[in-house]
Design a binder for this molecule. Structure first.
Ligand code: C2E
Ligand code: MG
Ligand code: MG
Length: 687
């Protein structure tokens, strides 16, 4: 048969870190710097443009004066022409003529003359050093420069001067305010005159009016406004993506039932904690905390109450876990915890205390918990392999180990904490293997019937047998019932096996009958799991009748523990089975569940004394044991029951039992359980 495998591609959620927001934040700040630079360059370009246009205007003035002087020079010499032209100049404009060697020939005005021998164009210094000053100076040698002639102004001063006098009311006042000169820089400029051997200079001033500064500022403001829109949008975008991420992270790691962190978070957090170098020397414990019968709790009090309870447990665990520890709900009422412990003992004590407090959470409704612990040892060799080993820890896997340890406690009274060891894992693996192979094993007839004879101690003859199952596995060989019966009892498969064994015994009896052999009563074990079926008697009857076997030669062994279930049902079934002619025996009588009361109520034919009675534990107990056996045999006889002693291995035990009137003996003294063919041979040989 071809098996189709439907494999769903696992969509793994990758780590969702806050770090991913950083590129946007960095980008945002980079953009901010870029905008600032852009605004500053707008301002300076526009400022330079205004100043250079003013300087162009001044150069035009110089050229114009040059033309005027040249016009006059056709009639007069250069000095007269300059004197004439100076009459058109304003009061603050000085004029001066030098010869080719820069010796002053004429100076009209009051200002001290500079050294012109290196005269040149105007130039602008922009000095952004410490004091943030602008200097607009004539392009002359530094030594010629006189500091007062430099145009020096700080940004603060400029701002103050620009805004100092607020405009009066009305457009005229405003116009006046705008045209007010806030800085004026005097400088000397050579007038271009076509006259060999002469230089003509005139003094003019570069005037900075308030409106110029306001224009520059306005350009800056417009640039800021234009650029601020995307800045604001970007800022809003960054903020909203931070908020969105926070929400996403919260949702991604949220356990909607408890309101705490979920398993995805737990696994990631465990890895982080365990792999931290500062935690390497710490012993950790992975813990499975399981609340028993949570489903029953929900069924009784409703799902809402169940969820509230889980929320409370979550709150409790939050209060009980430290900084380098974590916890989360795994599923239903199972919580995983990663706790820092000094060792196994301390961990157990801590959990014991926690359990005591947890049970008190809900006083009216008593709840039981159990705990499985998997210890994670400290890293001894931090440098290489040790930390590497911790990095390789599979959190889910070790949590399942802890769970396996916890599950191992099932049914152990008063025990709530179990530390994982590898035997538990082996048991789990074995259990899994048994569960995976039991169905095909039944179909392949790997379960075989073995018979252990029961002897009469008086005659020394075979008077009965017990059918015991053996699993002959092709891979494992012969497997004793002790290794699989408890697993079948747990998973319910035991009823199928019992049916199989009852049928096998019935088949054997009918074969013996057909072969004309003397029929030997054979007992077969019926697990207590069967006694929940109200029609069990009819069912067994149906199985046996299928082979046409006599009911009287089949004895059904019921373990003593079954007598603690539903008494009425058990009584009803046993009575029906008796009615159908089967014999009933109480197996393992005295094994710990003894209920003498059951002997009174139930029509049992045979009492099988548990082999523990015959395990010698010193003289005194043996003597007391003999008394109990003697009295039990007497009790059984008084109640008209036959008595079988199990587990008899020694001659003196046989003698003692024969003396006490025990009806049958089953034990290694006579024979071990054997295959049917061997049993047949033995019967023939002994008869
Ligand atoms: P049980 O029904 O009490 O069977 C008696 C067990 O005692 C058998 O173990 C038998 O081999 C063992 N025994 C008999 N005489 C001696 C002795 O002298 N010394 C020692 N040490 N042991 C002795 P076995 O076959 O391993 O079966 C163990 C248990 O498994 C049975 O106890 C029974 O409870 C269960 N079992 C076996 N077969 C079946 C079955 O087909 N159905 C069910 N439900 N349970 C079965
Ligand atoms: Mg038995
Ligand atoms: Mg027994």
């Amino acid at each position: 048969m071809r098996l189709y495998r439907y494999k769903c591609k696992k969509q793994k959620i990758k780590g969702f870190h806050k770090k991913s927001i950083w590129p946007s934040i960095v980008l945002f700040f980079m953009y901010l710097v870029f905008c600032f630079l852009l605004v500053m360059s707008f301002i300076s370009v526009f400022g330079v443009y205004i100043i250079s246009s003013k300087m162009d205007e001044l150069s035009d003035n110089a050229r114009h004066l040059g033309r005027l002087i040249e016009g006059r020079m056709q009639e007069e010499d250069i000095l007269d022409a300059v004197s004439y032209v100076s009459g058109y100049l304003r009061k603050e404009n000085d004029i001066c003529v030098t010869d080719g060697d820069f010796h002053v020939l004429l100076h009209l005005g009051e200002t001290e003359l500079p050294n012109f021998h290196e005269a040149g164009e105007m130039r602008i210094y922009e000095d952004f050093s410490d004091d943030e000053k602008y200097s607009i100076i004539p392009n002359m040698e530094d030594q010629v420069l006189n500091s007062e002639s430099a145009f020096i102004i700080s940004i603060d001063e400029l701002w103050e001067l620009t805004m100092k006098a607020p405009p009066g009311k009305g457009p005229e006042a405003e116009e006046k305010w705008l045209n007010e000169i806030i800085y004026s820089l005097d400088y000397w400029k050579e007038i271009p005159v076509n006259s060999q051997g002469y230089h003509v200079y005139y003094k003019d001033s570069l005037k900075l009016m308030r409106k110029d500064v306001i224009y520059i500022l306005a350009v800056g403001a417009i640039a800021v406004i234009v650029l601020m829109v995307p800045v604001i949008l970007l800022f809003i975008n960054v903020l909203s993506s931070i908020a969105m991420q926070k929400r996403m992270i919260k949702l991604l790691y949220l356990d909607t039932i408890t309101g705490g962190k979920n398993w995805v978070y737990f696994v990631q957090r465990c890895k982080t904690i365990l792999c931290r170098i500062r935690n390497a020397r710490n012993t950790y414990a992975m813990i499975n905390l399981h609340m028993d019968r949570y489903q029953d709790y929900c069924a009784c009090y409703g799902n809402k109450a169940g969820e509230e309870l889980l929320e409370n447990i979550n709150g409790f665990l939050q209060a009980k876990t430290g900084r380098e520890e974590t916890f989360a709900r795994f599923a239903k009422a199972d919580f995983g915890l990663l706790l820092k412990c000094e060792g196994t003992k301390q961990c157990e004590q801590r959990m014991k205390k926690m359990l005591a407090e947890l049970t008190g959470i809900n006083r009216e409704r008593r709840l039981n918990y159990h705990v499985g612990i998997y210890m994670i040892p400290p890293v001894t060799n931090q440098k290489d392999s040790g930390l590497q080993q911790r990095r390789q820890i599979d959190v889910d896997q070790i949590y399942h180990y802890a769970t396996a340890a916890g599950e191992n406690l099932h049914g152990e009274e008063g025990q709530f904490i179990q530390v994982f060891d590898h035997q538990i894992l082996e048991e789990q693996l074995w259990k899994r293997k048994v569960e995976d192979t039991m169905e095909p094993a039944l179909l392949n007839k790997e379960f075989q019937i073995y018979l252990q004879p029961k002897y009469s101690p008086l005659s020394g003859k075979i008077v009965g047998a017990e059918a015991l199952v053996r699993w002959i596995s092709p891979t494992e060989g012969l497997i004793a019932p002790g290794r699989f019966i408890p697993i079948f009892e747990e998973n319910g498969f035991i009823t199928r096996l019992d049916d199989y064994m009852i049928s096998a015994v019935a088949k054997l009896q009918s074969e013996w009958k057909l072969q004309g052999k003397k029929s030997i009563p054979v007992s077969v074990n019926v697990s207590r799991a069967n006694f929940t079926k109200p029609d069990l008697a009819q069912h067994i009857c149906h199985l046996v009748d299928g082979y046409g076997a006599d009911h009287a030669v089949i004895e059904l062994e019921v373990t003593e523990s079954a007598f603690f279930g539903d008494k009425d049902m058990l009584q009803k079934i046993i009575k029906e089975l008796k009615m159908y002619g089967f014999h009933i025996s109480m197996d393992d009588f005295g094994a710990g569940y003894s209920s003498l009361n059951s002997l009174k109520d139930l029509p049992i034919d045979v009492l099988k004394l548990d082999m523990e009675f015959f395990r010698s534990k010193g003289d005194e107990t043996e003597r007391r044991g003999e008394i109990v056996v003697r009295e039990t045999i007497q009790l059984a006889k008084n109640l008209n029951m036959k008595i079988v002693a199990e587990g008899i291995e020694r001659r003196e035990q046989v003698d003692f039992l024969a003396e006490q009137g025990c009806d049958m003996i089953q034990g290694f003294y006579y024979a071990k359980p054997m295959p049917v063919s061997e049993f047949n041979e033995r019967v023939e040989r002994e008869s």
